[in-house]
Design a binder for this molecule. Structure first.
Ligand SMILES: C[S@@+](CC[C@H](N)C(=O)[O-])C[C@H]1O[C@@H](n2cnc3c(N)ncnc32)[C@H](O)[C@@H]1O
Length: 312
């Protein structure tokens, strides 16, 4: 399965240029379609086969789902699909240039029904802003769900705050193979709802991830004792935070890895910072084994660790 998965899996967090050049990723120029939260990949696999002239990108936060979908794609030899283990809301904003995406699909997102969890819902004002920026003129967003209030909220949010022509929620008649969740809910007799939003006016967004790798050279020698001082370092500011949790040392005690968390709005990442001694002092940089997206919080953690090691 490893080689099958490698054929489809992309790691945008390692790319130097963001937003990405998807024509280069696919090796051809074609309209882009995106599915967020593809689950076991039933729709993605079916749609990519139905539309061989499109480039399809799927985002999931579950590695198990990526593996299952990769197996389906390999089964029929799909060449027009890429999968990424990245939060789809973040990915849609950071990885696609303005007006570059023809279709975005979401099937059966978790509705997060409790009011205190409302900000976890995928389709909200921030998502609408991103759609308005990255969808091509007349590009379409399609939401399918069994939760009518979620569909109504999504339709209202897209119609009110953003430049879309919205259709629905309307009942979805059975078509195509259906996703796993569609089959499950239809099997229980539930109605299935669809909302379609057509982009009419371009929106603006601010992207936060950059390709360049932050690093800081420090001019003082580092020891395990000075590196340990960075453990517990934390900062929080409006829209972001980071924390350095623990330190690990190579057997010779020289190269150190610091385990860190960073949050930019709702997007969380964990990764390692490396402290690598050199003749003049040391280099503080991101460790290559766990490359995060280079967001403001990640860059700030690198700078803060360097400052702490220098005793600033
Ligand atoms: C209820 S399942 C639906 C799966 C599939 N779409 C279907 O209809 O069978 C929701 C899926 O969305 C994925 N997911 C949740 N939040 C996500 C996000 N921010 N980005 C990408 N995938 C996400 C979950 O891992 C899960 O596989």
């Amino acid at each position: 399965m490893g080689s099958e998965l490698n054929r489809y899996l992309v790691r945008p967090e390692r790319w130097e240029a963001l937003p990405a050049d998807w024509d280069a990723v696919f090796g051809r120029s074609a309209p882009l379609a995106v599915e967020i939260g593809f689950g076991s990949g039933e729709f993605l696999s079916w749609a990519a086969r139905e539309h061989p002239g499109w480039n399809w990108v799927g985002f999931e936060t579950s590695l198990t789902c990526i593996t299952k979908a990769g197996r389906k794609l390999a089964h029929w030899g799909a060449g027009n699909v890429r999968l990424a283990l990245v939060d789809g809301q973040f990915a849609l904003r950071e990885l696609f240039p303005d007006e570059s995406v023809a279709r975005v699909y979401v099937h059966f997102p978790c509705p997060w029904p409790k009011a205190r969890h409302a900000e976890r819902r995928l389709v909200g004002p921030g998502f609408g802003q991103t759609l308005a920026a990255v969808l091509a003129p007349d590009g379409l967003f399609t939401l399918t769900t069994d939760v009518l209030w979620y569909a109504e909220d999504a339709a209202a949010c897209l119609a009110e705050a953003n430049p879309f022509r919205v259709t629905g929620p309307q009942p979805l008649v059975e078509e195509g193979p259906g996703t796993r969740y569609e089959r499950k809910w239809r099997g229980q007799g539930r109605a299935i709802w669809q909302v379609v939003a057509e982009r009419k006016v371009k929106g603006a967004i601010q992207r936060i991830a950059e390709g360049t790798m932050p690093h800081v050279r420090i001019a003082v020698p580092v020891t395990p004792e000075t590196v340990a001082r960075a453990v517990g370092l934390r900062e929080a500011w409006p829209g972001g935070a980071f924390a350095v949790k623990e330190a690990f040392f190579a057997p010779d005690g020289k190269i150190a890895l610091l385990r860190a968390f960073a949050t930019d709005d709702d997007f969380q990442q964990h990764y390692f910072l490396a402290v690598v001694p050199d003749q003049a002092g040391a280099m503080v940089k991101l460790d290559g084994a766990t490359v995060p997206f280079r967001t403001p919080a990640v860059k700030r953690s690198v700078a803060a660790v360097a400052a702490a090691l220098e005793g600033r």
